[in-house]
Design a protein around this ligand. Sequence first.
Ligand code: URA
Length: 235
Amino acid sequence: MRLDKRVTALGLTRTQAKKMIAQGAVSVNGCVEKDPGAAVKDTDDVRVQGAKATVRGHVHYMVHKPKGVLTATRDGREKTVVDLIDSPPRDLGPIGRLDKDVTGLVLLTTDGQLAHRLISPRFEVGKLYRAHVEGALDESAVQAFAAGIPLKDFTARPAKLTLEGESCALVEVCEGKYHQVKRMFQAIGHPVVELERLRISDVWLDKNLAPGEYRELTEEETALLYEAAGMKQEN
Ligand code: URA
């Protein structure tokens, strides 16, 4: 690995890392190294002003997305889920999307392949939502979801709807088409009033996170995601 890449493990950008290296602030195995492209091994002791630059693989976070925040990496005008993270790594991005007015679980990762697979319909990753809708839901709604709901451009795959109250239900879908859950409820005559995502695959939104808060995924949660994506975990 290049020295400047290894130094970014301390949370610096590549440009900042190059600058520190050029200033002679970085040592490899006790000797100052001023070449940002110098090759370093994982076992080499790399220090920036004495602090160890450990080898860190991908990072993964969960965010409790509040209303009004975009599920995007950067936006010139509006706040994004990445803006909620302190000093985010440059390659951090959301796994799938929630509409601006939808709240709940958003996962973010630096592993592009993991993100790509988790949103691919091929891997049938389940996403659980709680929906508050207009009107009173009954058994016919459960049956309509179970049968697969025809929409304008495609028929949504069969989905499990569990009634929680007169106008509130849990729904699990494996697809992630644009406005999918809202469109499914709209199609059966119950427009969505509020939508919240509670789970992706087997990873649940942490109840201790207030809207706008985030935390890193635990090792167990990370392993569940790699398993769901049919991938070998690298870190
Ligand atoms: N379905 C929707 O309609 N909106 C979302 O944000 C997610 C799923």
